[in-house]
Design a protein around this ligand. Structure first.
Ligand SMILES: CC(C)(COP(=O)(O)OP(=O)(O)OC[C@H]1O[C@@H](n2cnc3c(N)ncnc32)[C@H](O)[C@@H]1OP(=O)(O)O)[C@@H](O)C(=O)NCCC(=O)NCCS
Length: 188
C-alpha cells in the first residue's frame, strides 16, 4: 500500500539519497533538517510503499515533495521520485497530494520554478494545469540555466477540486488506495 505522510527527521537519509540521484546540486541533510524543524512555512511529505505486514518496518520512501505555504500562496520547493520507480504514476500522485495539502493549508494557488530543460517535470505540471507565467534568467547557479515559473491558480475552486477528484480516481484505479496521514510536525 502507498502512504502519503508528513516527512519526519528519520526519513531524511532516504530523501537525501533520492535527492542526490535526482538533481545536479542536491541539498545536504542539514537543509532538509532545518526545513522540518525551523521553518514554520515549510510542509514536507514523503510517499512511502508500506509493506502489508507491520513487522517489516515502515516501508521505503519512493518520493517526496516540499511546500512553503504563506497565506494564499503555496510554493513547491522540491519534488522527486526514486529513479527506479519513475513512470508509474508516483510523481503525479505526489504532486496531486501536495496540491491538496496546499489547499487544506489555505492556499489558492501553487507556484514553482523548473529548469527550462526539464521537459518531463513540465509535462507533469501542465497535466495539473500549471501555466508558464514567467522566466528567471540564469536562476540555477550551478549551470546558469533559466527557470520557468509555472503556476496553477484557483486550486480552491469547485471546478479544480472536481478535476483533482477525477485524476485521483484514475490514480487509485492504477495504484490502489493511498493512505493519507494527517498533518503533524515533528517538533509539535
Ligand atoms: C518529475 C518526476 C517527479 C516525475 O515522476 P514520475 O513518477 O516519473 O511521473 P509519473 O509516472 O507520475 O508521470 C506523470 C506525468 O509526468 C510526465 N512524464 C513522466 N515521465 C515522462 C517522460 N519520460 N517523458 C515525458 N513526460 C513524462 C507525463 O506528463 C506523465 O503523465 P502521463 O503518464 O499521463 O504521460 C520525476 O521524473 C523526477 O523525480 N525527476 C527528477 C527530479 C525533478 O526533476 N523534479 C522536478 C523539479 S522542478
Amino acid at each position: 500500500m502507498l502512504s502519503f505522510e508528513p516527512m519526519q527527521p528519520a526519513d531524511i537519509p532516504a530523501v537525501v539519497e533520492i535527492d542526490r540521484r535526482s538533481f545536479p546540486t542536491p541539498w545536504p541533510e542539514s537543509a532538509f533538517y532545518r526545513e522540518l524543524t525551523e521553518n514554520r512555512l515549510a510542509h514536507y511529505y514523503v510517499l512511502r510503499e508500506v509493506p502489508e505486514g507491520t513487522e517489516e518496518g515502515p516501508g521505503e520512501v519512493v518520493g517526496y515533495v516540499g511546500l512553503w505555504v504563506f497565506h494564499e500562496e503555496a510554493h513547491i520547493t522540491t519534488i522527486a521520485v526514486r529513479p527506479e520507480r519513475r513512470g508509474q504514476g508516483y510523481g503525479e500522485l505526489t504532486l496531486l497530494k501536495a496540491i491538496e495539502a496546499a489547499r487544506r493549508l489555505g492556499a489558492s494557488y501553487v507556484t514553482l520554478e523548473v529548469r527550462v530543460s526539464n521537459t518531463v517535470a513540465q509535462r507533469l505540471y501542465e497535466k495539473y494545469r500549471f501555466g508558464r507565467v514567467g522566466l528567471r534568467k540564469g536562476y540555477y547557479s550551478d549551470t546558469g540555466e533559466d527557470a520557468l515559473i509555472m503556476t496553477v491558480e484557483g486550486i480552491d475552486t469547485p471546478a479544480y477540486r472536481r478535476f483533482l477528484e477525477a485524476r485521483k480516481a484514475g490514480l487509485t484505479a492504477r495504484l490502489g488506495h493511498v493512505r493519507c496521514e494527517s498533518e503533524t510536525r515533528p517538533t509539535d
